[in-house]
Design a protein around this ligand. Structure first.
Ligand SMILES: Cc1cc2nc3c(=O)[nH]c(=O)nc-3n(C[C@H](O)[C@H](O)[C@H](O)COP(=O)(O)OP(=O)(O)OC[C@H]3O[C@@H](n4cnc5c(N)ncnc54)[C@H](O)[C@@H]3O)c2cc1C
Length: 473
């Protein structure tokens, strides 16, 4: 061992959770070391140079107005101006008919009412059913997570068209899985926060720079507060020393700290957990805790995500983004417009297929051919445009699914092992698998290290309009 680095806290993983934890702790005066096995930050929300395309690529990530912790982290680290906010969303049907949704001047919860009433993609019967359904989330969302949203859609007699043109697209985009796999608790949270509670919670934010560049701002914030970020540092084992401190060996350096936060996805935590060695004093509680955590992790399920990247020789649409209805592709992102590239450079587009289990076994060409055919029915210019290059990114382990009954199996950030904490979107945050959930988990873990778990957690989006009245909520 040639080096021995001492700090107050080691954070393993530089995804949104790890960066948020480290930024909070470094800002509070703790010395922090972040160890990340990849050569870049951002974790699942990362960008990298694609070896065949020779382009910096990423899978589209969006945030919403209600992501208060992520927004606050961006403000603190100086990347908030790298988010473009959209107040209007467009839903396209094959053939090009469009419906839009945007907040009106009416007070919440009626701010979207004029848009809903004028949407041509839905009929009166569909809209009445939707209004009846949304009323269930007026005061919030269920405390229990045992009902699936599929059961809820049946129970509240939602029409087939409203499921196809509204409920399904919104749920796939926010929860990244089919309705049978998602609990009403999390779906209700989405509908309450986005459509009811305030007129700002549903604003759509899209990073305008590649994701690792976006998250690098948080890494710089950590370093400016005296923290250290070590890339290409894969943690394979963790040892608790006799004095209770934690030690991690990476290459020829030994990192030692009072506390350690594992900010990893559940499957990586599952891998590393057997390699955590506790000192004799805690050996008794070691087994129980390990068993309990392993049981919880065994209940987590992945849901995949597929991105299709297309570079055309001309602009194929003047929209920045759109929901595509009645098709395999769920979302269209016009990255060249979002990032303000010169229109003469053509269109750089990303098509998104959420919860893409079927695509996992399809070839790149099959996915690409299907996507291009579908795209033509929304944007006729695609037929005339030349496709310069294309790529397909499949993420088999993109997110965890908020399956009914999952809450009992999402572990707290504090464990029974003194100084040993967990973070990551899958831990108990009351959020689905999102960057906001990850940032919350990191901040909760950081707070736990400081002895005050909620110390770094940002306030929720305030209720607005009529929703501010206590009698209404
Ligand atoms: C394709 C795709 C699209 C998505 N779209 C959205 C979206 O639009 N909006 C949204 O909010 N969320 C979206 N998500 C989900 C979001 O990316 C995640 O919820 C979030 O980034 C999880 O962050 P995390 O820090 O918990 O975990 P991760 O991002 O997985 O970070 C864990 C980090 O730990 C590192 N690591 C793992 N093992 C080790 C080890 N042994 N030693 C050192 N380092 C290690 C990893 O390299 C990684 O950097 C999407 C995810 C994917 C994959």
């Amino acid at each position: 061992m040639s080096g021995r680095e001492q700090s107050d806290v080691i954070v393993v993983g530089a995804g949104a959770a790890g960066l948020a934890a480290a930024a909070a702790l470094a800002g509070a005066g703790k010395s922090v070391t972040v160890l990340e096995r990849k050569p870049y930050v951002g974790g699942r929300a990362c960008s990298y140079e694609h070896p065949a395309l020779h382009e910096i690529v990423d899978s589209q990530h969006v945030l919403l107005g209600c992501c208060t912790n992520l927004i606050e982290l961006c403000e603190q680290s100086g990347s908030a101006d790298k988010i473009r906010w959209y107040d209007k969303q467009t839903f396209l049907e094959p053939g090009g008919r469009s419906s839009t949704i945007s907040a009106s001047g009416l007070p919440a919860p009626f701010h979207f009412a004029p848009s809903f009433l004028s949407m041509s993609m839905l009929g009166w019967k569909d809209k009445l059913g939707m209004a009846r359904g949304l009323i269930e989330f007026f005061r919030g969302y269920p405390a229990e997570d045992n009902e699936s949203i599929e059961q809820w859609l049946k129970r509240t007699r939602q029409t087939e068209l409203s499921i196809r043109h509204f409920w399904n697209p919104i749920l796939m985009a926010t929860l990244n899985d089919r309705v049978a796999h998602c609990s009403t608790r999390y779906a209700g949270k989405v509908f309450h926060e986005l459509f009811i509670k305030s007129s700002t919670g549903g604003r759509l934010g899209i990073p305008t720079v590649p994701l690792s560049e976006f998250y690098m701002a948080a890494a710089r914030l950590i370093e400016s507060c005296g923290g250290t970020l070590q890339l290409r540092a894969s943690v394979e084992a963790i040892t608790q020393e006799q004095n209770g401190r934690w030690r991690v060996n990476v290459a020829d350096t030994s990192y030692i700290a009072d506390s350690i936060i594992l900010a990893l996805p559940f499957e990586q935590t599952q891998k590393l957990l057997p390699a955590v060695r506790l000192n004799e004093q805690y050996a008794g509680i070691a087994l129980n805790t390990r068993d309990e955590l392993e049981l919880k992790m065994a209940r987590q399920v992945h849901s995949p995500f597929t991105s299709i990247l297309l570079w055309f020789d001309r602009e194929i649409s003047d929209l920045d983004h759109a929901w595509l209805l009645d098709t395999t592709i769920e979302w269209f992102f016009h990255k060249s417009r979002i990032r303000k590239y010169a229109p003469e450079k053509g269109s750089y587009v990303e098509l998104v297929i959420a919860g893409s289990r079927t695509q996992l076994s399809m070839t790149r060409d099959e996915i690409l051919t299907g996507a291009l055919n579908e795209l033509q029915s929304f944007f006729p210019e695609v037929k005339r445009a030349k496709l310069i290059k294309s790529g397909v990114l499949k993420e088999a382990r993109a997110t965890f699914s908020v399956v009914p009954g999952l809450d009992r199996f999402r572990p707290a950030q504090t464990t029974k092992w003194p100084g040993f904490y967990l973070a990551g979107d899958w831990t108990a945050t009351e959020w689905p698998s999102t960057m906001e959930g990850a940032v919350r988990s990191g901040r909760l873990a950081a707070g736990a290290v400081m002895g005050d778990q909620r110390r770094f957690v940002a306030a929720e989006t305030p209720a607005s309009g009529l929703m501010r009245w206590p009698g209404v909520r």
